[in-house]
Design a protein around this ligand. Structure first.
Ligand code: FAD
Length: 416
C-alpha cells in the first residue's frame, strides 16, 4: 500500500473525494469553500474567471434549514455504511438517510458477498503470500481491461486493510480457502459466516453504526441536492415514506452513496448503451438490485450539473428468472460454476469458454447470439455434485416454488 494513500486517508478526504468525482463544473468540492480549493492552484483563478458567468445549475438553497449536521450520508448500502462509520470515527457529527426500511436491505445483502483483499491478517494466518501487483492484474483481467487502472490500483492497495477494518468492526470474516473463485489467482476472497450472500458484512456494519449511536433516518429518500451559488453541495432535501420532508444542511460534506442504476430500466437506457441494446432486444430483463435502488444519484447529480465518473458495466448477462416480482431474481450461474456446465445459444451452439471468467463477462459475446438467447446445460451427475448442489439446486428450487419455466428438465438432449 502506498504511504500517500491509506484507506483512512482516502476516507478522511471522503466527502471531498466523492464530490470531486461527482461535481465537476468549477472543480468545487462538497462541503469545502472555494478558498479550500485554492490550495489546488486552479479553483480560485477559475472562480474569478467565471464570476460573471451564471452558474449552470439551480443555485437555490432553502431559506431555513430543518437540520444541520457535519456529514450527511445519503444511502446506506455498504458504501454509505462504511463512510458513516469512518466519518464518525474521525469525529464528525454524522446523519444517515436511507430509502430502505433497514440497513441490511441493499445490494451487498443480495450479492454473493465475496470481498477481495490483498495482504490481510487472515492471509497471514493461512500463510498465503500475496502481491498487490498480481491482484491488480487479476482485477484488470476480470473486467476485460475495461476498468480505470488508477482506480483499480487504489482499490487493490486499500483492499487488505479494508477487510481487516471490517473484521475489527465486527464482521464475522472467513477466507474462501477453496479458491473456487474464478476471478483471482491467489486466495484473497473473503465471505462472512455463513457464506452465500453479503448479509454478514451489513450486519457487522449495522452493529458498528448502532454501537456508535449514529442516527439513521430509514424509509427516507433523498430527492434533491442543494448546490449553492459557489458550486458547493451544502445539503439535501429528503422525504420520508410518511410524507414528512426535511432540508438538511451538511457543513462538512455530503456523501452520495445511493447505489447504481438498480432496477430502473429507463435509467439503463439513458446511461448505459449496452444495457439499452439489451433491454430493447432481450426477451426479459431480470433485476438484481433491491427495489429502492433506482438510480437516484444519477438524477440528482444531473439536476445540479454534477459529474458522474463513468464506469463501464461489465456484469454480464446469464440471469435465471426464479420469481416474477422479487428483486434479485437473477443469478449468474457460470459465475460460480464453470466446471460442469456448458452455455449454448438458440441454435444449440456453444459460444463461450465457460471456464474463462472475463470472457463470460464480455457482454459482446452474449449480445452477438441470435435473439440474445442462451442457456446453461448440465446433467444429473453435475446437478447432484457438490458444485451443482451449491450453485444450481437453490435456483431450481426457487424457480419451481415460484412456478417459473426458466429451468427445464428432459431425459434426452433432443427432447431438451
Ligand atoms: C446479485 C449480485 C451479486 C453481487 N456479488 C458481488 C460479490 O460477490 N462481490 C462484490 O464485491 N460485489 C458484488 N456485487 C456488487 C455489490 O453488491 C455492489 O457493488 C455493492 O453492494 C454496492 O454498494 P453501494 O453501497 O454502492 O450501493 P447499494 O447497495 O445499492 O446501496 C444503496 C443504498 O441507497 C439507498 N438509496 C437508494 N436511493 C436512495 C435515495 N434517493 N435516498 C436515500 N437512500 C437511497 C438504498 O436503499 C440502498 O440502501 C453483486 C451485486 C449483485 C446485485
Amino acid at each position: 500500500m502506498s504511504e500517500e494513500l491509506s484507506r483512512r486517508s482516502f476516507i478522511r478526504g471522503g466527502a471531498a473525494a466523492v464530490a470531486a468525482t461527482a461535481v465537476g463544473a468549477a472543480g468545487v468540492l462538497s462541503g469545502c469553500s472555494s478558498q479550500d480549493l485554492s490550495a489546488t492552484g486552479t479553483a480560485e483563478s477559475q472562480a474569478n474567471e467565471n464570476s460573471k458567468v451564471p452558474p449552470a445549475w439551480d443555485a437555490t438553497v432553502p431559506e431555513a434549514w430543518d437540520r444541520e449536521v457535519e456529514m450527511l450520508v445519503l444511502g446506506c448500502g455498504i458504501a454509505g455504511a462504511c463512510g458513516a462509520v469512518e466519518g464518525y470515527d474521525l469525529g464528525l457529527d454524522v446523519l444517515v438517510v436511507d430509502a430502505a426500511p433497514t440497513i441490511t436491505e441493499c445490494c451487498c445483502t443480495q450479492s454473493g458477498g465475496a470481498l477481495c483483499g490483498c495482504g490481510t491478517r487472515i492471509q497471514e494466518d493461512f500463510d498465503v503470500i500475496d502481491d498487490v501487483e498480481v491482484m491488480i492484474q487479476d482485477v484488470r483481467n476480470d473486467g476485460g481491461d475495461l476498468g480505470d487502472p488508477e482506480v483499480i490500483r487504489a482499490f487493490c492497495e486499500l483492499s487488505g486493510e479494508t477487510v481487516d477494518w471490517l473484521e475489527d468492526l465486527g464482521c464475522d470474516v472467513i477466507q474462501n480457502v477453496s479458491l473456487n473463485e474464478p476471478s483471482h489467482t491467489i486466495a484473497r476472497t473473503y465471505n462472512t459466516n455463513p457464506p452465500g450472500n453479503g448479509l454478514g458484512w451489513m450486519e457487522g456494519l449495522q452493529g458498528a453504526i448502532e454501537e456508535r449511536g449514529i442516527e439513521v433516518l430509514s424509509d427516507t429518500r433523498a430527492q434533491k441536492l442543494y448546490r449553492d451559488a459557489d458550486g458547493v453541495v451544502v445539503g439535501a432535501h429528503v422525504e420520508a415514506k410518511s410524507g414528512e420532508t426535511l432540508d438538511i444542511r451538511a457543513t462538512k460534506g455530503v456523501l452520495l452513496a445511493v447505489g447504481g442504476l438498480g432496477n430502473n430500466v429507463d435509467m439503463w437506457n439513458k446511461h448505459c448503451l449496452t444495457m439499452k441494446e439489451l433491454s430493447s432486444e432481450a426477451k426479459r430483463i431480470v433485476g438484481a438490485a433491491p427495489a429502492d435502488v433506482q438510480g437516484d444519484g444519477y438524477r440528482m447529480l444531473e439536476e445540479i450539473n454534477g459529474y458522474c465518473y463513468p464506469s463501464p458495466p461489465n456484469y454480464g448477462p446469464g440471469g435465471v428468472a426464479v420469481s416474477n416480482d422479487g428483486p434479485a431474481s437473477g443469478i449468474l450461474l457460470p459465475f460460480n460454476w464453470k466446471d460442469s456446465l456448458i452455455e449454448v445459444n438458440k441454435d444449440g451452439k456453444r459460444f463461450n469458454d465457460e471456464s474463462s471468467f472475463h470472457v463470460f463477462y464480455d457482454l459482446k459475446t452474449p449480445l452477438k447470439q441470435p435473439e440474445m438467447w442462451h442457456v446453461c446445460i448440465f446433467d444429473e451427475t453435475a446437478r447432484l455434485g457438490q458444485n451443482g448442489q451449491t450453485n444450481a439446486q437453490p435456483i431450481i428450487d426457487e424457480a419451481t416454488a415460484n412456478g417459473m419455466d426458466s429451468v427445464k428438465t428432459a431425459d434426452t438432449i433432443e427432447e431438451l
